[in-house]
Ligand binder design. Structure first.
Ligand code: SF4
Length: 552
């Protein structure tokens, strides 16, 4: 097994360059954007040329390689094994799940908004997915010297569609990449570097490269003004140095693609950065349930252990340096028994004053804020569950709220919570900073709730703390202190029986049935699922407290 390498700089041009005899064997027609220079490669029935011309080839015997698109290039930078699969074992790559699809959809919405920055822009090859056709549509569009959306280019094996291509000076272009993030990331530079290289290879003069990302300081006030919503960051300098390496990177990628079997790459942090790899489940499936990658705050440590042949937590040698919490994990894995610190748990439980209110929120956040006073991605609470226990061992009373309609849910949410939340006793939440943070956010938009918030802040108790501090640790937690890990490990009750099993799904489903085109029956079904899910979070906290009391 090898570590995932960044592709080397050297290139074997034979992999995708035509020989002189091959070039002479071709005949074709030109797309009349710019004068033709030398042909460089064949890809299917099309050869890309430096100028962006498209020439039909007639020699079926010449080397035929697929294009490496921008997204595949980025996958190739992340891991050669992933790249190999995209060309040689595509059926093993799962389709995007609902969470990934939601990210893509959001990206499209943000992309559509960015196009409004250029009202005279022209959509190129709208709805067309065939690579060669998109290129053919681009060539005449370039002559118009207007901002172009989704213009397509191919050269020397690379293919890309540019979000926005803006004409500048008399004969140059600026590349604008739109991202639905609030800051610049390294992967964006790789992305732009690739595009700049492809366009330059086709003979286009690229003057500058910009990342058009979301302005984190934007707050909605009425309609969305794209000039305020986006920040245009000039990244030309960073991109140009990356762009110089693209040809070499691409050359190595072609070698990888042509390997008879996938390269043997050890799993590592690269499996989740910059994106979670679609082959994650497959590549990681060899690990035992309780494995070294679950070491709490383990960083590279778990992968170093893997490289030395240790996979199970229980098998970590005694002499291997571990933190105190990691040693607790190893001990628990070896004995199968939980670690318990009774005095610390006793002290924690003593903080809880009755009536105790167990509180949990569900939220959604969108790149483009739905309502006034909202920032991009700001979490909007739309649901709460509150179980109130008057005294230990008494049956809880349940209160709940789930927003109706499409209006801003925050005013009703805050009013209802103020109405039902007891004025005394502890307010117990799991990872309470999240609930407190959402209340503070709401108070910024609804300042009339500020005095009420001040009366409850000091009463909040965070049930996460004894677990994050390893005062209790069960081997089934697999290094996680989240409620979803703690509840089943501690009480044997989990979320498997529920249709909605985690918060992101709750937010997505709420948006779908509130703003989407769904039947009334579907809407009611999902709302029941949401109530069951949020209710389980608060009732689950009561079960956890009950078990902890039995331990001390
Ligand atoms: S899971 Fe990791 S090792 Fe496997 S293909 Fe993806 S990035 Fe490469």
């Amino acid at each position: 097994m090898t570590k995932a390498p960044r592709f080397k700089r050297r290139v074997d041009r034979r992999l995708f360059f035509w020989s002189a005899s091959q070039r002479n064997a071709t005949r074709g027609h030109e797309c009349a954007a710019t004068p033709a220079l030398e042909s460089k490669a064949t890809f299917g029935n099309i050869s890309a040329v430096k100028t962006g011309r498209v020439i039909e080839t007639r020699d079926a015997s010449q080397t035929r390689l697929p294009y490496v698109s921008k997204s595949k290039y980025l996958w190739g930078l992340q891991c050669p094994k992933l790249l190999w699969h995209t060309y040689n074992a595509k059926d093993l790559i799962p389709e995007p799940d609902a969470a990934q699809q939601a990210i893509f959809d959001q990206g499209h919405e943000v992309g559509a908004l960015a196009k409004k920055l250029f009202p005279d822009g022209i959509e190129v090859g709208e709805g067309i997915t065939d690579l060669d056709e998109t290129i053919q549509h681009t060539t005449p569009a370039l002559k118009l010297r207007k901002p172009l959306f989704e213009a397509a280019f191919a050269a020397s094996g690379g293919y890309c569609r540019v979000d926005i291509l803006k004409p500048v000076l008399t004969n140059a272009w600026d590349i604008i990449e739109v991202k639905s993030t609030t800051s610049l990331k390294d992967v964006h530079l790789d992305d732009l570097g690739f595009q700049a290289w492809v366009l330059t290879e086709t003979g286009l003069k690229v003057r500058a490269c910009f990342l058009c990302h979301i302005n984190p300081g934007f707050a909605r006030c009425g309609g969305i003004d794209p000039r305020k919503f986006f920040i245009m960051e000039d990244v030309g300098k960073q991109v140009s140095s990356l762009s110089r390496n693209t040809e070499d990177q691409l050359g190595d990628m072609f070698k990888t693609i042509q390997l008879p079997a996938h390269p043997d790459v050890q799993i590592g942090p690269h499996c989740d950065a910059p994106y979670t790899c679609p082959l994650h489940a497959r590549c990681w499936s060899f690990l035992p349930e309780t494995n070294v990658t679950a070491l709490y705050r383990g960083g590279q440590k778990g992968f170093n252990l893997l490289a030395s042949g240790v996979t199970a937590l229980a098998d970590i040698p005694d002499e291997f340096k571990l933190t105190d919490n990691q040693q607790i994990q190893r001990r628990a894995a070896r004995t199968g028994q939980p670690h318990v610190d009774p005095p610390a748990i006793h002290a924690f439980l003593n903080q809880i004053e009755y009536p105790a209110s167990f509180l949990d929120f569900e939220t959604f956040g969108t790149a483009i804020p739905f309502y006034d006073d909202l920032h991009p991605f700001q979490q909007v609470p739309f649901q709460f569950s509150l179980h109130v226990v008057a005294s230990p061992n008494q049956a809880p009373e349940h209160y709940k709220f789930l927003a109706e309609g499409r209006n801003d849910p925050r005013p009703d949410f805050m009013r209802r919570l103020r109405e039902v939340l007891p004025t005394e006793g502890s307010i117990v939440a799991f990872n309470a900073s999240f609930e407190l943070g959402r209340l503070k956010d709401c108070c910024e938009a609804l300042p009339e709730f500020v005095p009420w918030l001040k009366t409850i802040e000091q009463r909040v108790v965070d049930l996460l703390l004894p677990f994050r501090g390893f005062r209790y640790y069960h081997p089934q937690q697999q290094g996680s202190a989240s409620l979803k890990a703690v509840l089943p490990a501690l009480t044997g009750k989990g979320y498997d029986h529920l249709a909605i099993q985690e918060g992101d799904t709750a937010g997505r489903e709420f948006l779908r049935v509130t703003f989407g085109d769904v039947s009334e029956a579907e809407r009611r079904r999902i709302r029941r699922d949401l109530e069951a899910y949020c209710g389980q979070d608060t009732e689950g906290m009561i079960w956890i407290i009950s078990v902890l009391r039995q331990l001390v």
